[in-house]
Design a protein around this ligand. Structure first.
Ligand code: ZN
Length: 397
């Protein structure tokens, strides 16, 4: 990721202007001035069939930014939203539905993709796909990322897959049934109340997310599935603890708080009322911006492979991570990947100190074991310390 800087890259820094918003941040901010639709009788669409528009969520900038970064660059390694009830965590995740990007999706049961062959040769795909590839048939098609929610009552067999019992009984054949993780390949996997999920299930999910694949062994048979998904977890710390090692395995960690300002709270109330009265009207009212946001995300994803992090920007950042006493290598990986996504969203190919600064809190907070032990009480102190260090990073530029 870190490559020597190339001055030629700088010239194409700011080339795109197709939208009224110059940056992703501007787009997210834009909506505060948006007029509300007049609540009218709904035309029969139930509210749950239309998500609350992502851009209509008042405040919560860091949460929105973290989710957008996760959509632009799945390599940030998952997003954890920590906060009390009623802070729009679940609403925000479900509202991503209308801005999810399109990806190459495998046409095969095992999730084989042409890029697997490019990277690891023909043995990296199943025999059927190897044959298709040799014949020049497509292995994948462009399809929108899906939002898959993991139910809290899921069993390990539901998650990773188990023996297909129906096939075993009726056809006397043994095959492993695809689990939720395999279905989540190239999609977004959302787990609400992740802290209440059984440890073995959380471990299986995190392992699969880290490796991008997993193998199920049941007696004499085994099957390997792709599991390249963006993991989003949310939790209310008042309802149960989350193991510290799980905290560290999420690339981005956002502390979601209730809105403080009276004006924001009132605006949030009005928008929720407008949505409940007329979900379709609300969706239409934000449709133009929603479409722009979806296009921005798609183009940022296309740009991402070209975005480079110069050594002179990366080195002081690594020093800062050490200064904070963070041992986990995941800290800087997530930090740098988030900064690349941020830069891509801004239409640039070169990561700057400002990009690192913008995404630092969500990637660095709650990384130290001492802080993890009692993170809510220590949180204020950690944020202050982090900001002081980050400001020194800017000064030393
Ligand atoms: Zn295949």
């Amino acid at each position: 990721m870190t490559v020597p800087e190339n001055p030629a890259e700088e010239s194409e820094s700011k080339e795109r202007v197709a939208h009224p918003f110059r940056t992703l941040r501007e787009l997210v901010d834009f909506v505060s001035g948006k007029n509300l639709p007049t609540p009218e009788t709904d035309e029969g669409l139930r509210s749950e069939s239309l998500p609350f528009p992502f851009l209509a969520i008042v405040g919560q900038k860091e949460m929105k930014l973290a989710l957008l970064i996760g959509l632009i660059n799945p390599s940030v390694g998952g997003i954890l939203l920590v906060g009390p009830r009623g802070t729009a965590k679940t609403t925000a995740v479900r509202s991503l539905l209308d801005i999810l990007p399109k990806v190459e999706r495998s046409l095969c049961y095992y999730g084989c993709l042409p890029e697997d062959i490019e990277m690891n040769g023909i043995d990296a795909v199943c025999p059927d796909c190897a044959k298709k590839f040799a014949e020049g048939s497509p292995l994948s098609a462009l399809d929108r990322v899906r939002l898959i929610e993991l139910p809290l009552n899921s069993r390990l067999d539901d998650v990773v897959g188990g023996i297909d019992e129906r096939l075993a009984v009726t056809h006397e054949r043994l095959r492993v049934r695809r689990g939720i993780l395999a279905q989540a390949d190239r999609n977004l996997l959302y787990i609400d109340e992740i802290n209440l999920l059984a440890d073995d299930i959380v471990d299986a999910i995190l392992d699969a997310a880290a490796q991008g694949s997993y193998t199920v062994r049941r007696g004499p048979i085994s099957a390997t599935y792709h599991a390249r998904f963006v993991l989003v977890g949310s939790m209310n710390p008042e309802e149960g603890r989350l193991r510290p090692q799980i905290l560290d395995r999420f690339g981005l960690r956002v502390i979601v708080r209730g809105l403080d300002s009276l004006a924001e709270r009132l605006e949030a109330y009005r928008r929720v009322q407008a949505y409940l009265a007329n979900p379709r009207g609300m969706t239409i009212s934000y449709s133009e911006e929603t479409l722009s946001a979806a296009e921005e995300i798609q183009s940022a994803r296309a740009r991402l492979p070209k975005v480079i992090l110069p050594d002179k920007v990366a080195k002081p950042a690594i020093k800062l991570v050490r200064k904070m006493g963070i041992d986990s290598l995941r800290a800087e990986i997530s930090w740098f990947e988030a900064a690349r996504a941020y830069s891509a969203a801004d239409g640039r190919n070169l990561v700057t100190v400002e990009d690192l600064h913008a995404v630092a809190p969500m990637t660095l907070r709650l990384r130290r074991s001492a802080f993890m032990a009692d993170y809510f009480s220590s949180q204020g102190g950690e944020e202050n310390e982090m900001n002081t260090l980050l400001n020194s990073l800017k000064r030393n530029k």
